[in-house]
Design a protein around this ligand. Sequence first.
Ligand SMILES: *Cc1c(COP(=O)(O)O)cnc(C)c1O
Length: 321
Amino acid sequence: MTSLSFREVWEAKKRISLFVQPTPILYSDPLSEHTGARVHLKLEHTHPTGSFKLRGAANKILSLDEKDLKKGVTTFSTGNHGISVAYVAAELGIPCTVCISDRVPKAKVNRLKKLQASVEIVGSSQDEAEARCAELERDNGMTVIKPFDDREIIAGQGTIALEIMEQCPEVDEVIIPLSGGGLLSGIAFVMKSIEPSIRVTGVTMKKGAVMQESLAKGKPVILEESDTLADSLLGGIGTENRYTFSMTKAYMDEGVLVEEAQIEEGLLFTLEHHKMVVEGAAATGVGHALHSNDLQGKNVVVVMSGNNIDHDAITDLLAKS
Ligand SMILES: *Cc1c(COP(=O)(O)O)cnc(C)c1O
């Protein structure tokens, strides 16, 4: 499997400390009441980039040498990773090109442009955007910053778990939105290293759950993307996946597929009871918790992974509710 070490996560914490503030953890009275558990929300949507992806991106970029930094960075992304890479590049004053598919919501595109990144819209899947990045690396010497399947990225996301273990040491179960698996691999690696009995649950929207389908098939598969409120969970895991497939397989106790209606419910619940706006991917964990019968009496942490949602999507949801 991987030889990711605890030390690498500690190195990540040191490296990103100037860029990334620790995020709060919030005890949720309403969700606890609803589930019979003690539920804590880890507020990873409160980063300046609106998502946890800042951690991995900062760790990866800050690990590059001077020469590679000068040539700049490029990435393909459904949005949040691109935003975080662009943010770090802007802070460091280095060139950044983000290649994205035409499925990415316009709020995310506008935000990238505001961060001074050059944005290239290529095709309608993450795979096409990825091919363009490889070209930029080959022809212009830019470094491709991968969204999840990279040890510095995984170690960066793992720093979330160092905070959780300090903020909620009694944690029994952690619920983590799952797409490429960088977030889950990093968090689960750290938590299971400290306390192997902690249960790790990965949550994904039902349509296009690539990692979950890949685990079922025993190897990375490719699925067609379809529209979902949890758009940040779209995208493949790469047929040549090196780390996150085996780490997710090793560390995830249960993978849950969440119905679109439950994701909506999770989003509205968070809005109504906590006055917090999160995006569909982040609401997937809350949506699952609201319907789970397995949480009673447990100390549960739900990772609220991001908040980059189009105003239109919120307006539509509120109109429907
Ligand atoms: C990227 C992302 C995820 C999933 O992270 P992976 O490392 O790809 O599994 C979850 N939520 C949000 C908001 C994201 O941007």
